[in-house]
Design a protein around this ligand. Structure first.
Ligand code: DC
Length: 227
């Protein structure tokens, strides 16, 4: 077995992107952050005055949205119609808009197709909500990363403050709860643990401990498959 895929799913703020980046570096995998792609669709809507809750308008905009994902040493860059929006898509508005457009079947099908193409011919670690269940159902390694909502809210506040944005704990916690509900209850490809995924609760673990655990799961799984 030459190439293999690691599907890393879980709710907002569970530490997926931090872990995916670290594991990608250690295991020489291509890191693909699929949430950034939903955020890029939302960013296009924000920049063009399109309401992210209006499905017809978002679907009409889709053919005008070109998303390029570029792998770099220190993570992924995301281009929206040629503009590097990697930092812009981290805003709360883009996150909320991403959650809105993620319920739309046309958006999901378009992005799922792109994500499968990106995974072809490479060993990848892909993070998102539906990677193990929908995008890469045959992934050799599936991990579901979770943490208590308070811990996730605290982590998100820290991330936002580091980006120079204001962050009130109670507001962020409420937003995360709303995001969880939207992600878990949507009709198409909702967030859920794949049957064959290994669950990790990172609430009381350091990122280093989670990274080591994920790396040893990968090594064990790949060895088993190689027989
Ligand atoms: O991981 P994130 O916060 O960047 O994701 C932004 C939104 O995109 C999130 O509300 C759910 C959605 N998303 C999705 O529906 N499917 C994915 N594979 C990745 C993200």
């Amino acid at each position: 077995m030459k190439n293999y895929a690691v599907a890393l799913d879980g709710p907002a703020g569970s530490g997926k992107s931090t872990i995916a980046k670290r594991v990608a570096r250690k295991k020489q995998l291509l890191y693909i952050d699929t949430g950034a792609m939903y955020r890029a669709v939302a960013q296009f809507c924000i920049q063009n005055g399109i309401d992210t809750q209006k499905e017809a308008a978002v679907v009409e905009a889709l053919p005008h949205i070109q998303i390029d994902v570029i792998a770099k040493e220190d993570g992924q860059r995301i281009l929206l119609n040629g503009e590097d929006v990697t930092e812009k898509v981290r805003s709360q508005a883009a996150g909320k808009g991403a959650s809105d457009v993620a319920v739309m079947l046309d958006v999901r099908e378009t992005l799922t197709k792109m994500q499968r193409e990106l995974a072809k011919g490479n060993s990848v670690i892909m993070d998102g909500r539906d990677i193990g269940t929908n995008v890469l159902p045959d992934a050799q390694v599936k991990i579901y990363l979770d943490a208590k909502v308070e811990v996730r809210a605290e982590r998100r506040c820290k991330e936002l403050r580091e980006l120079g944005q204001e962050a009130d704990f109670e507001t962020v916690k409420l937003q995360i709860e709303q995001r969880d509900a939207a992600d878990k209850n949507r009709k198409y490809n909702p967030l859920r643990k794949a049957e064959d995924a290994i669950e990790i609760d990172s609430s009381y673990m350091t990122m280093e401990e989670v990274e080591n655990m994920v790396c040893s799961i990968i090594e064990k799984k790949i060895q088993e498959k190689r027989g």
